[in-house]
Design a protein around this ligand. Structure first.
Ligand code: AOF
Ligand code: ZN
Length: 373
């Protein structure tokens, strides 16, 4: 017996939909939604838009005004108990006279971690946790992984043919998937804190690896305005220092972090470029050291767009949380380039296993999301 009613479920569903409105902008903070309900009527709705700006509960309380007194709050994450960039929401809810708080999940942020709920309980407010928790977890998988492990959530994007090829034998790859899939990639990039690639891919394709708002579907543009576009940090693994300042990467005004093991003189580079000089500890790979560093830099999620080598290395080192595959209805044959380079894999029993999370049609292509088993 969960103790939650159908009505509770519907209000939490609405809170999750509100939280989704912040999914392109809140990093390094989580996306959070809040609905205040009194006698079955919604009196306030809110969501967290951006780090530094008010939390979801504050937005909902502002809308509710005096009506917050006696209301039940449905929040997708435990109300915070700490003074961060903003004051504690739990205190705000107490002062507003809210009588009950239903949270989809606890906040694993060590500054909160149950303290928000405790604060509410000590003030005599009834609390409940766990309503639509799975959806709430999925919404903030980046933030949650970083809070729980210190590492970012890694999504490896791969666009391929039916036979798992990414380019012809001569290297032609533009474009494997159709326009709809490429628009979908734009939205996925926009949700990520960082986009990761390697110098080989950047030198071959000269990509910008940015978010192009113009390509978003019209219905999304209603909530997600051009002026609010947040460009993810572009992280490029460039151990051999092959990246030059002339590349398209530097024509976009958002940070580029070049990761390697040597310091580098950046005199010729624009101000948006920074070096991440890694010193992996014993038994630690460069990629592991990079992920630890990105976590320290508050990167919640990493969207990887790279070639077979980096894809293979990330998989081999167990650094991928999610595969995002776009499969185009084309065949390129076995001379064409493969999806990921796994040279050490010789036994079937050693093949990394994945669990299908979702499958949908995007234009003429199929999008499949697999989670690491
Ligand atoms: C909430 N409601 O809407 C959000 C919460 O620096 P601050 O003040 O923005 O605090 C950020 C932390 O607060 C963040 O790491 C997470 O633990 C929590 N986020 N909490 O009650 C919200 N965005
Ligand atoms: Zn808060």
């Amino acid at each position: 017996m969960s103790g939650f009613t159908e009505q509770d479920r519907a209000f939490m569903q609405l809170a999750i939909e509100l939280a989704e409105k912040g999914q392109f902008t809140t990093t390094p903070n989580p996306s959070v939604g809040c609905v205040l309900v009194k006698q079955g009527e919604i009196v306030g709705k809110g969501f967290h838009f951006k780090a530094g700006e008010p939390h979801a509960e504050v937005m909902a309380m502002r809308e509710a005004g005096k009506n917050a007194k006696g209301a039940t709050a449905y929040v997708t994450l435990e109300p915070c108990s700490h003074f961060g960039r903003t004051p504690p929401c739990a205190k705000g809810l107490i002062e507003a006279g809210v009588v009950k708080v239903i949270a989809a999940m606890e906040d694993p942020n060590p500054s909160v971690a149950g303290q928000g709920l405790k604060m509410l309980q000590q003030a005599g407010i009834e609390t409940a946790v766990g309503l639509l928790q799975e959806q709430a977890e999925r919404l903030n998988r980046g933030f949650l992984k970083r809070m729980r492990t210190g590492l970012p959530y890694v999504q490896l994007k791969m666009a391929m043919t039916i036979d798992g090829r990414t380019a012809t034998s001569t290297g032609e790859s533009q474009w494997i998937t159709g326009e709809s899939a490429r628009i979908d990639v734009q939205q996925e990039r926009a949700k990520a804190s960082a986009i990761l690639s390697a110098s080989g891919t950047v030198l071959a394709d000269n990509p910008s690896l940015n978010v192009r708002w113009e390509q978003f579907p019209e219905q999304l543009k209603v909530d997600y305005k051009k002026e609010t576009v947040r460009q993810p940090v572009r992280v490029i693994i460039d151990s051999k220092q092959q990246i030059s300042s002339q590349l398209n990467l530097f024509k976009i005004d958002s940070p580029v972090w070049l990761a390697g093991i040597q310091p580098r003189d950046l005199t010729d580079f624009p101000a948006n470029c920074e070096i991440i000089c890694l010193t992996p500890e014993k038994e630690q790979s460069l990629l592991q050291a990079l992920m630890i560093e990105l976590g320290k830099r508050q990167i919640n999620s990493v969207w990887v767009e790279a070639g077979a080598k980096l894809a293979g290395a990330l998989i081999e080192q167990n650094l991928v949380d999610e595969l995002v595959l776009y499969i185009a209805p084309k065949l390129l044959g076995d001379e064409a380039k493969g999806l990921c380079h796994l040279p050490h894999l010789t036994k079937l029993a050693d093949a990394p296993l994945w669990r299908l999370q979702s499958m949908e049609k995007v234009g003429d292509d199929i999008k499949m999301i697999y989670m690491r088993k």
